[in-house]
Write a protein that binds this ligand. Structure first.
Ligand SMILES: NC(=O)c1ccc[n+]([C@@H]2O[C@H](COP(=O)([O-])OP(=O)(O)OC[C@H]3O[C@@H](n4cnc5c(N)ncnc54)[C@H](OP(=O)(O)O)[C@@H]3O)[C@@H](O)[C@H]2O)c1
Length: 341
């Protein structure tokens, strides 16, 4: 395993981060694995040398944090492992996620967002579910348009100073918003974000316009979510997935079906599959290697089967030429912005 610094911090993370959204309860999303099915995957990830795990309070309404805490306690040393979680969305089984089209629960006051009250409550709830007394990387899952950014940034700084959180990170938003948040923190002597968890993969590259150059300039670590476009890049997705998808996620991940699945997205997969065949590797290994060549610190990988973890780690050894990279990028057609809501 390779370990690198998270941005300009002294914190060392494995170059593959395991996304814990896949583990929790299928009552939340049908493709999520329960405790018994998840355990061997997390154990294997630790055996491969991963020390970086990303969850969120909203995943499986807290159950993902519970399993993350339980597994990492069983398989890792607390001082070695890097536990990342997030705050913003409501923590309710009925809340399926930002872009999901399912009916959303009626909004209750103070049960989501990034107010001072909510952050103070949420951090304690996450600590309790994780079974730890500090979070290594506490990330805002989105920006809260109904809370002044100054209130959010001060509250985040306060949870760091209270010893509950070691580092702060942010997730999808506009680059100008991220820049404004960093400036507010700097002006007030508050803690700045050290990482950006954004939506970036071969089928969605809009982040190359503003956010990625900003983060590279500022030394902020890039830890993209859905590096395989929620499985779309794996090569086993088709337009008829809703009826006859080859995996539970292919069939039921309505966010993936809403984001990708355009003809030009399938052309990206066709070129990826062609090159993966020529190199004798999986689409997944090649798609992760492309990201690692684009200056990403650690892709946050989703894995529902053991071999998928091995194929992610294999990407660390794969060298790509400039010609390989331009071939992989050639079929891309710009998307409207996806994943900010
Ligand atoms: N900040 C945010 O807003 C946000 C949003 C989304 C995700 N995330 C984070 O990012 C993590 C990863 O997201 P994701 O699960 O969407 O990531 P992903 O890596 O794009 O997709 C994972 C899916 O791809 C398929 N797959 C993985 N490896 C494969 C392989 N070698 N061969 C074939 N198929 C393979 C599996 O689907 P099958 O089960 O169909 O095989 C797996 O469930 C999450 O766990 C979460 O921590 C954050």
């Amino acid at each position: 395993m390779q370990y690198v610094r998270l941005g300009q911090t002294g914190l060392k993370v494995s170059r593959i981060c395991l996304g814990m959204m896949t583990y929790g309860t299928p009552k939340w999303r049908p493709w999520v694995l329960d405790e018994a099915a998840s355990r061997p995957l997390v154990k294997h990830a630790v055996d491969l040398g991963l020390n970086f795990f990303d969850t969120a309070d909203m995943y499986s309404a807290g159950e993902s944090e519970v399993l993350t805490g339980k597994f990492l306690k069983a398989y890792c040393r607390r001082e070695e492992v890097v536990v990342a979680t997030k705050v913003y969305y409501p923590v309710e089984l009925e809340f399926k996620g930002g872009a999901a089209t399912d009916a959303k629960p009626a909004r209750r006051p103070n049960m989501d967002g990034l107010s001072r009250k909510r952050i103070f409550h949420a951090v304690d709830a996450s600590l309790k579910r994780l079974g730890t007394d500090y979070i290594d990387l506490y990330q805002i899952h989105r920006l809260d348009p109904e809370t002044p950014l100054e209130e959010t940034m001060e509250a985040l700084h306060d949870v760091v100073k209270a010893g509950k959180v070691r580092y702060l990170g942010a997730s999808s938003m506009w680059a100008w918003q991220f820049s404004k948040a960093q400036q507010i923190a700097s002006e007030n002597g508050w803690t700045r974000f050290v990482s950006m968890q954004n939506h970036y993969n071969l089928a969605y590259r809009e982040e190359e316009r503003e956010m990625i150059p900003l983060c590279r300039d500022q030394g902020v670590a890039l830890i993209p979510w859905s590096p395989l476009a929620r499985g779309f890049l794996a090569g086993n997705r088709q337009t008829s997935d809703k009826e006859e998808g080859s995996t539970e996620r292919a069939k039921t991940d309505n966010i993936a079906q809403g984001y990708y699945y355009r003809a030009s997205d399938f052309s990206v997969v066709a070129e990826l599959s062609q090159m993966a065949g020529e190199k004798g590797i999986s689409n997944a290994t090649l798609a992760y290697a492309w990201l690692l060549h684009k200056g990403v610190t650690a892709p946050i990988v989703g894995a529902s089967k053991i071999h998928q973890l091995d194929q992610a780690v294999a990407a660390l050894k794969l060298e790509l030429s400039a010609q390989d990279i331009s071939r992989l990028e050639a079929a891309y057609q710009p998307h409207s912005v996806l994943g900010h809501s």
